[in-house]
Design a protein. Structure first.
Lengths: 289, 315
C-alpha cells in the first residue's frame, strides 16, 4: 500500500515537473497559443459573424483584400476569410481524427506485439515493416484513390498510414518495461494479461505516444492538405485549405491572395503542433534536467 | 560482407511479400465488379471477358494473387487503361525524371542541412543556434506545395528568372534542364534539409562531448580541425544512413512537387492515374516505390556497416 502511495506521489511529482518545464518553454507556449487560436476559430465558426463559405457572388469575383472582404474573394466570389475559418475545421478534424485512428489501432497492436513476443511479435512487426516500406503520402494517395475521394476516406487513409509509427513506438516501450520488477510482480500475483497490459504497461506508453501524436497531427494536417490539394480529400464546394490552394494555383497572376492565406494557415498550425510536440518531448523526457 | 548483405536481403523478402499482398488487396477495395471498374468506359462483353480472363477474376483469390505475382516477377505490371502501354514501360520512362529531381533535391538538402547543423551545434545556445533551429522547424512545417506556388509567383512571375514549369532532359540541354529543375529541387529539398540539420546538430552535440574530441583539443589542434576531422567524421554515421532512408521519402515528396511544376515524372504519373482510374498504374507505382524504399533501407544498412569499423570487426 505504501509502495503504491509512493509511486503515485512520484508520478504526481513527475507530472508537476513536466508541467513546469512546459510552462517555462517559450517556444512550446507559442506553439500552444497557435494551436489554441486555430481550435477556437474552428470551433466558433458557426457562431462567428462571417459570410456563408459556399455563397458565390458574380459581382465579387477575385476581389483583392478590402474592408468588405478582409482576405479577398476567390474565383467565384466566395469570401476567403469565411472559407479559411470553415477550412480550419476540416484541417484540424482531419489531423486529430486520423491520429486518433492511428493511436487506437496502433497502440493495442504494439502492446500485444511487445508483450507476447514470439510469433505474434514477428507477424505484427513484419506487417509494420511492410506498411512502413510504402511512404506515407503514396500509401495515403493509393488508399484514397481506391476507397474514393472524400474527407472521411482521406482521414482513414492518413490514419492507416500513420499507424505503423505507433505500433513501433509502443512495442519499443513495452519491451523496455515488461521486464521491470513491478510487471513481474503483477504476473506473480496472477493478474491476467489484459490487466497487466492496461494497468502496468499502458501508463508507461502514454508519454511517448502523446509526444508522437502531437507531432503526427502536424504531419497529418499536411497530408490532408496534400490530398485535398491533389483533389483526393475534401470535395468542393466544402472548404479546405488544401483544396483552396489547388484552385489558387490556377490564378497565381490574377489573384495571388487566393494562395497566400491557406498556405500561411497550414504553415502556422503545423508549426504550432511541431513546437508543442518538441516542448512536450523535452518536458516529459526524464533525462532532460 | 557478402554474408551480411545476404542476411539483410533475407529479412527484406518477407517485407516484399507483404507489400505485394497490400498492393494486390488494394484492387479488392474497389466497390462493385472489378472487371467493370478496370474496363473504365468500356462495356463491351468481349472486353470484360478478356479482363476477367487476364486477371483471373473468376478464379479463387489465392490463385489470382499467385498469377499476379508470377506476372510481376516477369516484369509484367499490367497495361495502362489510359495509354494502352505496359505499366513497366511507363514507369521506366518516368522514373529517371524523378530520380534527377530527387538527386538534385538531396544535393541541395545536404549543402544546406549539414553545414547548418554543424554551425548550430558548435554555437549551441547562441542566437545562431536559435535561428537555425527556428528555420529548420519552419522548413518542416511549410507545406512544400505552397512553397512551390509562392516561389513560382516570386521567381517566375514577378522576377522572370526561371521557368514556372516544364522539363528538359539533361542529356538534351543541360542548362535548360538545370533551369527547369532547380526550383522544384529546392522546394523538395527544404524539408529534407531541415531534417538533416536537426539530426546533424543532435549527432554533433553527442560527439562533441566525447573523450577523443577533448583529447584532440588538448593536443592543441585548431578548432576547425577538431570539429571537421574528429567530431564531424564520427557524427557522419547516423547522418549518412538517414540520408539514404530519406531518399525514399523524396520519391513520395516528388508527387506534389511534380504536380505544381508540371514535371512529367513518377509522381505525376500516379496522380494522373488516380484521376483516370488507371488502377494498374497506381498499383505499379506503389509497388515500385515500396521496392525502392526497401532497397534504400538495405543501402542504409550496408553503408552503416561500411562506415562503422566496430561493426566490421564484429564479423
Amino acid at each position: 500500500m505504501s509502495d503504491m502511495t509512493a509511486s503515485a506521489e512520484a508520478e504526481i511529482r513527475l507530472e508537476n515537473r513536466a508541467w513546469k518545464k512546459l510552462k517555462a518553454n517559450r517556444s512550446a507556449l507559442f506553439g500552444f497559443v497557435l494551436v489554441a487560436f486555430f481550435i477556437v476559430i474552428a470551433t466558433a465558426a458557426p457562431i462567428l459573424p462571417i459570410d456563408d463559405p459556399t455563397a458565390t457572388s458574380w459581382s465579387a469575383v477575385r476581389k483583392a483584400p478590402s474592408a468588405a472582404h478582409w482576405l479577398g474573394t476567390d474565383e467565384i466570389g466566395r469570401d476567403i476569410l469565411s472559407r479559411m475559418i470553415w477550412g480550419a475545421r476540416a484541417s484540424l478534424m482531419a489531423g486529430v481524427i486520423s491520429v486518433l485512428i492511428a493511436v487506437f489501432v496502433g497502440v493495442p497492436f504494439g502492446l500485444v506485439s511487445g508483450y507476447f513476443g514470439g510469433w505474434t511479435d514477428q507477424a505484427i512487426s513484419r506487417v509494420t515493416d511492410a506498411l512502413l516500406a510504402t511512404p506515407f503520402l503514396i500509401l495515403a494517395i493509393a488508399l484514397a484513390a481506391f476507397l474514393g475521394p472524400s474527407l472521411t476516406n482521406a482521414m482513414i487513409a492518413i490514419g492507416l498510414s500513420a499507424m505503423p509509427i505507433f505500433i513501433r513506438l509502443t512495442r519499443g516501450q513495452v519491451l523496455a518495461v515488461k521486464t521491470e520488477d513491478y510487471v513481474e510482480g503483477a504476473r506473480a500475483i496472477g493478474l491476467s494479461h489484459v490487466a497487466i497490459m492496461s494497468r502496468y504497461i499502458l501508463p508507461n506508453v502514454f508519454a511517448p505516444v502523446l509526444v508522437q501524436a502531437t507531432l503526427t497531427v502536424a504531419t497529418a494536417i499536411i497530408a490532408e492538405a496534400s490530398l485535398s490539394f491533389l483533389g483526393l480529400g475534401q470535395q468542393p464546394p466544402a472548404p479546405s485549405w488544401g483544396s483552396m490552394l489547388n484552385v489558387a494555383k490556377n490564378f497565381m497572376t490574377q489573384a495571388p491572395w487566393m494562395a497566400w492565406w491557406p498556405g500561411a494557415a497550414i504553415f502556422l498550425v503545423v508549426l504550432g503542433f511541431n513546437l508543442l510536440g518538441d516542448g512536450l518531448r523535452d518536458a516529459l523526457d526524464p533525462r532532460e534536467s | 560482407m557478402l554474408s551480411y548483405i545476404a542476411r539483410r536481403l533475407a529479412i527484406a523478402i518477407p517485407t516484399l511479400i507483404l507489400v505485394s499482398i497490400f498492393v494486390f488487396v488494394l484492387q479488392k477495395l474497389l466497390p462493385g465488379d472489378p472487371a467493370l471498374v478496370l474496363a473504365g468506359e468500356e462495356r463491351d462483353p468481349e472486353m470484360l471477358a478478356f479482363i476477367r480472363e487476364k486477371y483471373r477474376l473468376n478464379d479463387p483469390i489465392l490463385y489470382q494473387y499467385f498469377y499476379w505475382v508470377k506476372a510481376m516477377l516477369q516484369g509484367d505490371l499490367g497495361i495502362s487503361l489510359r495509354t494502352s502501354q505496359p505499366v513497366t514501360e511507363l514507369i521506366a520512362d518516368k522514373l529517371p525524371v524523378t530520380i534527377q529531381l530527387a538527386v538534385m533535391a538531396m544535393v541541395i538538402a545536404l549543402v544546406i542541412g549539414i553545414p547548418a547543423g554543424i554551425l548550430s551545434a558548435v554555437r549551441k545556445g547562441t542566437a545562431v543556434d536559435y535561428a537555425a533551429n527556428f528555420i529548420a522547424l519552419s522548413g518542416l512545417s511549410i507545406p512544400n506545395f505552397w512553397l512551390g506556388i509562392m516561389l513560382i509567383m516570386l521567381v517566375s512571375v514577378h522576377l522572370g528568372w526561371l521557368p514556372a514549369s516544364g522539363y528538359e532532359s539533361p542529356f538534351v540541354d543541360p542548362l535548360r534542364s538545370l533551369q527547369t529543375m532547380i526550383m522544384p529541387a529546392f522546394v523538395l529539398g527544404t524539408a529534407l534539409a531541415a531534417t538533416l540539420m536537426r539530426h546533424t546538430r543532435s549527432a554533433m552535440l553527442g560527439v562533441m562531448k566525447a573523450d577523443y574530441v577533448r583529447t584532440a583539443r588538448a593536443k592543441g589542434l585548431l578548432e576547425g580541425a577538431v570539429i571537421l576531422k574528429h567530431a564531424f567524421r564520427n557524427a557522419l554515421l547516423p547522418i549518412v544512413t538517414l540520408g539514404a532512408l530519406l531518399f525514399g521519402e523524396l520519391l513520395a515528396g516528388a508527387v506534389l512537387t511534380e504536380q505544381i511544376f508540371t514535371i512529367p515524372g513518377f509522381g505525376k504519373l500516379i496522380v494522373d492515374a488516380v484521376f483516370t482510374r488507371d488502377y494498374a498504374v497506381v498499383q505499379g507505382v506503389v509497388l515500385c516505390t515500396a521496392v525502392g524504399f526497401i532497397f534504400m533501407n538495405l543501402v542504409a544498412d550496408v553503408l552503416y556497416f561500411l562506415l562503422n569499423p566496430r561493426m566490421r570487426s564484429s564479423l
